[in-house]
Design a protein around this ligand. Structure first.
Ligand code: JBK
Length: 271
């Protein structure tokens, strides 16, 4: 898979030389290239922004500079054999759709991803409009409802989340299916290692019992409990068919019941 990141802070992406992503790059599974947007400026001051038309605070990134950059990055990969339908332009922005594990899974199947990192108040809206109109798939993504100074952190998040899904990047594919936000739609159960007693806190006995069916049940109960407490939004999305009798008992124990559309709080006055 090829990923191009365009930013005015290429050094920000240095973390992608490390760890699993660094290994994926070294082994050739991930062809990641980071570009300095200012390489496409044409003036002496290498200007990438201008004041917002219509007034208002801050600065907006210029469409002409972004157009030259994205054109060239798209052409570079097309020359390397990727077709126009194989590319997706990702633009991190607080007004984008929320980036989830489903987004990462989808992007892991795209041969070429270009991430355009905006700064200031964002990129002139015509850039997204132009590439969409020219047939490029464009996705505006948000990490969540908080303010960052630019898209670079989101680019790091997207590249890490996607790269670890590429075949051969994560050593044990089992660790890809059991984790939080996997197919089960539940948060992960709590995990423990040795020593079995630490500062007066003991590892739950069942985990030392060697009884695999009981361990599995205990873990699923804890996952249900945690999800109810921390992420009721995820719990509501579970399909009733996915919940067995023991799951329903675990839900009842934390004040939930299973309605025709899935789990809902048992107390009708509750949230
Ligand atoms: C935010 O992806 N984001 O969430 C993001 C990108 C650029 C600026 C931002 O404030 N939140």
């Amino acid at each position: 898979m090829r990923v191009d990141v365009v930013t005015i802070f290429p050094e920000y992406l240095a973390a992608l030389d490390l760890s699993l992503v660094g290994k994926a790059r070294a082994s050739g599974l991930l062809d990641l290239r980071v570009h300095d947007l200012r390489a496409w400026t044409t003036d002496r001051h290498r200007t990438v922004d201008d004041s917002p038309l219509g007034g208002g605070a801050g600065m907006v990134m210029r469409p002409d500079v972004w157009g030259l950059a994205v054109d060239e990055v798209l052409a570079g990969a097309a020359g390397a054999g990727a077709g126009a339908g194989d590319v997706e332009l990702v633009v991190p922005t607080p007004s984008g759709e929320v980036f989830t594990q489903r987004t990462a899974e989808r992007l892991a199947g795209v041969p070429h991803v270009v991430v355009a990192c905006g700064r200031y108040e964002g990129i002139d809206a015509r850039v997204v409009e132009h590439y969409r109109a020219s047939g490029v798939r464009v996705t505006e993504l948000s990490l969540g409802d908080y303010v960052l100074n630019g898209g670079e952190v989101a680019a790091l998040v997207v590249v890490e989340a996607v790269a670890r899904l590429l075949p051969g990047v994560v050593g044990n594919p089992h660790s890809l299916v059991e984790e939080s936000h996997g197919v089960a739609g539940l948060l992960e159960y709590p995990v423990y290692t040795r020593p079995p007693s630490w500062r007066g806190h003991d590892v739950p006995d069942v985990l030392l019992s060697g009884h695999h069916a009981r361990i599995e049940r205990w873990r699923r109960d804890r996952a249900i409990e945690r999800t109810a407490e921390r992420r009721p939004d995820l719990l509501r999305r579970l399909a009733p068919e996915a919940l067995d009798r023991a799951d329903r008992a675990a839900l009842e124990a934390v004040g939930w019941t299973v309605g025709p559309d899935g789990p809902v709080p048992a107390d009708p006055r509750g949230s």
